[in-house]
Structure formats: structure tokens, C-alpha cells
Design a protein around this ligand. Sequence first.
Ligand code: GZL
Length: 325
Amino acid sequence: MKNWKRVLVLLPAIMMICTVSVFAAPPKTWVVGFSQIGSESEWRTADTISVQNAFNEDLTFNLIYSDAQQKQENQIKALRSFIARKVNCIVFTALVETGYGPVLQEAKKAGIPVIMIDRDVQEADRSLRLTIMGSDFIKEGEKAGTWLADYLKKQGLDDGKKSINIVELQGTTGSAPAIDRKTGFANIMKQHANWQLTRSQTGNFTTSEGKAVMEAFLKADSTIQVLYAHNDGMALGAIQAIKEAGLKPGKDIIVIGVDGVKGAFEAIVAGEQNVTIECSPLLGPQAVQAVTDLRAGKKLPARIWTIEGIFDATNAAAALPSRQY
Ligand code: GZL
């Protein structure tokens, strides 16, 4: 058949496709309630910015933001206000793992889907939230322990017999990352009978509390060899305390942090922190994708993982210029 005849025959179909694609109705604008726990760390600030930017860049979403200032009662109030406003979807980071059952039941009863980002709740009823996206905190604790074993071996500091004195700065009591990072590190400690966890206390993921607790540890014990901090913020506070005690962080005391914030990279390059286990706060794009899929009627996976690395003296300097938080 001549080409022009083929075009004529196909023309109605081509016009129909063009018409549909040009005039395809944009998705209905959704109101999304985002309940954030606070601004306790560099990590949290980066996470908030990532989520706010991602939703605000998409004009088919109207984001309502609430900062609970690290108080669970404020979060529950915010969730109830989202329900009262009949938002289309709730995006939620749980300060601690328990205490949200009733308000999540209220959201379910109101037909409002809940997407967890970063920290999950310990609710057996999986129907109360559609998915949890974020890091594997147990794996982060195991990565910290495995890195320490490799480092001690390479430095000839662990003969498997002499005790290794380790102290731990825990995150917010009852929070998923604090519980799971402790579990993960303990999983590796079990493989080293000579490793002793001599002190462990919460620094609530803040630099000031991390410094204060480390000062108390140092006053009570002058033989500390390793600090495992559940986030870089507390590690940076502890580094200040170690220096004020006349010791060299990174040398006299091995300093391990989690998050991968810029301050940790700078401390590693300065030789004052030994490693940071990355825990990416940049969850905004994944959160927008999940809510977009939900709006389009797609089923969300129960777990959406973030991809992370480990940064120490071998690779921190090269990575620092491109760090986004
Ligand atoms: C982990 C996140 C933790 C960070 C801390 O995903 O919940 O909370 O590790 C932050 O820095 O305070």
C-alpha cells in the first residue's frame, strides 16, 4: 500500500492518541499530612527538607507539615488533626515504636492510608500502615560491629583474649533505630567473647546529650577504648568530651557513628571519628513515588529499603564534596 494511504488509514488513531495524551486529565490533587518527630539532629533536618521539597515540587500534592518537637503527644494530636481535615494520605515517622495503635485505628476507620517513613511502629496489625520505607537499623548495627572487628584486627589491637572496653550512646529510648542498632551491634559482639560493653546509656540522638553522657563515662572510666554512638550527632558531642578530657578521639578512643552526616565526614577527615555507617535521610523522592503509586491505585510493597554505604578514612575524603546532607 502507498505510504500516503497508510498515513490516511492510521490518521484517526494517531489523532486520538495525541488528543488523549494532550488532554489526559491530571491526577486529582491530594492533601498529604506529614507528621515529623522534631529537629533533634542534622539527619532529621535533612530528612524533613527532602520530604518537603519532594512534595512541594509536585503541584498535584498539597503537603501539611507538623513538627512534634520530640513529643509523642504532639504527634498523636497532629495525626488526629489530619484525620479531622480528611487528608488523602498520612506520611508518618514514629518517635517511638509503641502508643500509636488507637490513632492509627482511627485513621484506618476514616479510610485514610498511612505510609511510614524512617521509623516504624511496633503494631502487630500490619493493616494499620501500608508500608514502611527507610533503613535496616539492625543491619546498620551489624555493619558497625563488623567494621570494628576488621579495624581492630588490621590495627593489631585485638588478640581475641585481652578485653576490649566498649561504651555505647543509645538513641531515643523506645525508638526503632535505638532498639535495632543496639540489637545489631550486640549480634556481632556475641562473636567476640573478649569485647565488653561496660556502659550504655541514651543520649537521645542529640549532640548536647551525647556530650554530657560521654563526659560522665570518662569521669567514671579512664580505660574506654571504643565508643559506639547510634548517630553521628551524639558521636560529635562525645568527641568534644573526649578532647576536653585530654584524650585524642579517633586514636585513644575509636569513635563509631551512624547516619553519614557531613559533620561526621569532616571529623573522619580530621582523624577524630573513625567511621560512619550511612543511614540516608533523603526519603522525599521515594515517599512521593509511594504516594503517587497509591493514588494511581497501585499496591505498595510492605517494605521499601534505602541503599546505604560505610565511610571511613579510606573513602570519606573523596565522598565529602558530593554529600547532600
Ligand atoms: C534513623 C533516624 C535517626 C537518625 C538520628 O533513621 O530515625 O533519628 O539516626 C535521628 O540522627 O535523630
